[in-house]
Design a protein around this ligand. Structure first.
Ligand code: 5GP
Length: 144
């Protein structure tokens, strides 16, 4: 899908927001939801999404909504860093299929980077759910 794609209310993240699909959540408030990426690029790869439906990507989003969302991204990133102690962290965001976007509900990636642990390919292998739960527990505790 290219830029300008119409928002599909049945995309996977919309279903997670509505509770129709499971997710391992680490943060939730009235504006945003953060949960573990199920095909993580690194230990602790977390996604932050707006709860409001309608924006497929960054360019599609209301700047006022983006300014609220970026504060949540920062907060969750701080929690991920405090919980897992990575050596670096990538904050990423893709727009349109040619740019690597695979889910068309606006989202930010928080990808902790650890020295000597290669970052895996995007949307690659499915994680072990018990491992994701354990990581999420640490991130939740850091955010509490
Ligand atoms: P995008 O490719 O659109 O930038 O990012 C979508 C992300 O969602 C990918 O990193 C992918 O691994 C992740 N993802 C895809 N389907 C699911 C799912 O059902 N649950 C979770 N938690 N993550 C998903």
């Amino acid at each position: 899908m290219t830029l300008g794609t119409t928002y599909d209310p049945n995309n996977i993240f919309a279903k997670i927001i509505r509770g129709e699909m499971p997710a391992i959540k680490v943060f939730e408030d009235q504006d945003a939801l953060a949960f573990m990426d199920i095909f993580p690029q690194s230990r602790g790869h977390t996604l932050v999404i707006p709860k409001k439906a309608g924006a497929t990507n960054f360019l599609d989003a209301d700047p006022a909504d983006l300014s609220v969302l970026i504060g949540k991204v920062r907060r969750v990133a701080e929690g991920v860093v405090a919980a897992l102690g990575p050596d670096g962290v990538r904050i990423m965001q893709f727009n349109g299929t040619p740019a690597g976007q695979t889910v068309f509900h606006l989202h930010f990636h928080i990808i902790p980077v650890f020295e000597n642990e290669p970052v895996k390919r995007h949307a690659g292998e499915k994680a072990d759910i018990a491992e994701l739960e354990a990581l999420a527990e640490k991130i939740r505790a850091a955010l509490a």
